[in-house]
Design a protein around this ligand. Sequence first.
Ligand code: ATP
Length: 244
Amino acid sequence: MTATASSPQTARGPKGAAARPPVLRLTGIRRSFAEAEGRLDILKGADLSIGAGEMVALVAPSGTGKSTLLHIAGLLERPDAGEVHVAGQACSGLSDDARTAIRRNDIGFVYQFHHLLPEFTALENVMMPQMIAGLPKPVAGERAQELLAYMRLGARASHRPSELSGGEQQRVAIARAVANAPRLLLLDEPTGNLDPHTAGYVFDAVQALVRASGVGALFATHNMELAARMDRVITLRDGLVLDL
Ligand SMILES: Nc1ncnc2c1ncn2[C@@H]1O[C@H](COP(=O)(O)OP(=O)(O)OP(=O)(O)O)[C@@H](O)[C@H]1O
């Protein structure tokens, strides 16, 4: 199946999801940081599992390790102990190159600040990760156009980020994050910088995308209203993941 404006998935859609392993499984994750006064134990054996098409809210006080957990799940950092499975693959023993390949192909990231490339158009920003992954330019362009249309940004494709509103920029960043049809989408307070109305609008776009594509999403937020609309809410307490 190819991506269309009404269905952003690719060959890896939600069909057969029940038979598949979780898109993310963290087991016994430990992470400490060295400090002048000693060691700061942030994660102390955290476990977490996210299925295909599932949207999980991560709500926890500042400094409890949300970003650390997202970085470990996204293979940007290695835990001190524990295992990270992405789409069934154990990642701790893999080389940096193999981890980078999984990050590029199977994981999408959205941050509080969009980090779009300012000198490129919305379309080019969404094409970029696909071209890095080796897709021919026309194919990348067609999928980028479809994704922007899905995010209701079809008419804004040729605009540069500075010509877009904050909510529009964030929707371009979401389109870019799913451009390579990842299995796992990690969002670190993607609505934290937006007014409540725009935050709701951006959230709706992510939710529609998750439902249509079957990507599993871990969404860190301080917004309890948005968290309540997700399938599950988790928190971090004493270095462990707990259901709320
Ligand atoms: N590379 C690092 N070196 C030392 N300490 C770190 C490092 N990364 C994070 N920390 C510390 O670990 C703790 C958790 O940080 P983290 O960024 O994961 O928290 P957070 O829950 O995402 O916070 P916020 O909601 O404020 O973004 C903090 O006390 C932070 O200072």
